[in-house]
Design a protein around this ligand. Structure first.
Ligand SMILES: C[S@@+](CC[C@H](N)C(=O)[O-])C[C@H]1O[C@@H](n2cnc3c(N)ncnc32)[C@H](O)[C@@H]1O
Length: 211
C-alpha cells in the first residue's frame, strides 16, 4: 500500500505563482542558490525551481507537517536543482544553513525569497529574517519579499484591512505590516530597498539588496 500523501494545498499559491515568477526571473542573480524561507506547502518550490535553472532552490520550513508536505511535493515533482527542505525558524540566531555541512555541495546562497510570512508571524520573525539575511547574503545579494503592506500606516485597500482584522483576531501579534517599518528593519541590517512592484490582489513585491 502507498504511504498517505502528505502534500498540502494552499490555493493562493496557484494564483500568485505566475506573477511572482515573472519578478523573480528579473531580480534574482543569474546563478547561485536561492534560499526560500517559510516554504509552506512546497507548491511554490516545485513550481519555481525548474523555471529558474541553473539556480539551485533550497526550501525551508519550521512547521513539521508543512515540511513533510514540502518533501511530498518534491517526491511528486522532483527537479535536479531542488533540495530537501531545511528546518529554519527565522527567529533563531543561527539558521540550519549556517551549520549544515551537506550544503557544501551547492553554490553559495546569494538570494533569499520569503512569500507571505511576515504578516502571519510575530514582528520578531520579520526582525529575525532581516538579521539572517544580513548574516547570510554576500554583498550584492538579493532578498525578495511578497505580501500585503500598509503604506504610511494606512491600508491600501479595504480587502487588506479586512484581512488584517482577521489576522489580528487569530493572533494579536500577527497583522499586515507597515512598509516603512519593514524597510527600516531591513536598513538596520544592511539591506537597501531596490524596488517595489505592485502585484495582483493588492500585494507588493519588495526587492532588497545586501550592502
Ligand atoms: C501563509 S504561510 C505562507 C507559506 C508559503 N510561503 C506560501 O506562500 O504559501 C506562512 C508560513 O510562514 C511560516 N512561518 C511562521 N513563522 C515563521 C518563522 N518564525 N520562521 C520561519 N517561518 C515561519 C509558517 O510555518 C508558514 O509556512
Amino acid at each position: 500500500m502507498n504511504p498517505p500523501d502528505a502534500r498540502r494545498y494552499a490555493p493562493a499559491t496557484q494564483r500568485n505563482r505566475e506573477p511572482i515568477l515573472e519578478i523573480l526571473q528579473q531580480v534574482l542573480p543569474p546563478q547561485g542558490t536561492v534560499l526560500e524561507i517559510s516554504s509552506g506547502t512546497g507548491e511554490h518550490a516545485v513550481f519555481f525551481a525548474p523555471r529558474l535553472t541553473p539556480r539551485i532552490w533550497l526550501p525551508s520550513e519550521p512547521e513539521p507537517r508543512s515540511r513533510a508536505s514540502v518533501v511530498a511535493w518534491l517526491e511528486h515533482s522532483p527537479a535536479d536543482n531542488l533540495h530537501l527542505p531545511l528546518d529554519i525558524d527565522v527567529r533563531g540566531t543561527v539558521w540550519a544553513v549556517e551549520e549544515n555541512i551537506p550544503l557544501e555541495s551547492i553554490p553559495p546562497i546569494n538570494a533569499i525569497v520569503n512569500i507571505n510570512m511576515i504578516h502571519i508571524a510575530p514582528w520578531s520573525a520579520c526582525l529575525g529574517l532581516m538579521a539572517g539575511a544580513n548574516r547570510l547574503l554576500p554583498s550584492g545579494g538579493i532578498m525578495y519579499l511578497y505580501g500585503p503592506y500598509k503604506r504610511g500606516g494606512e491600508h491600501t485597500a479595504p480587502s487588506n484591512e479586512a484581512f488584517d482584522d482577521s489576522l489580528r483576531a487569530q493572533n494579536p501579534e500577527w497583522g499586515v505590516r507597515n512598509l516603512e517599518d519593514v524597510v527600516a528593519a531591513a536598513n538596520d541590517q544592511n539591506l537597501t530597498l531596490l524596488n517595489t512592484y505592485q502585484m495582483p490582489a493588492n500585494n507588493l513585491s519588495l526587492v532588497f539588496q545586501r550592502a
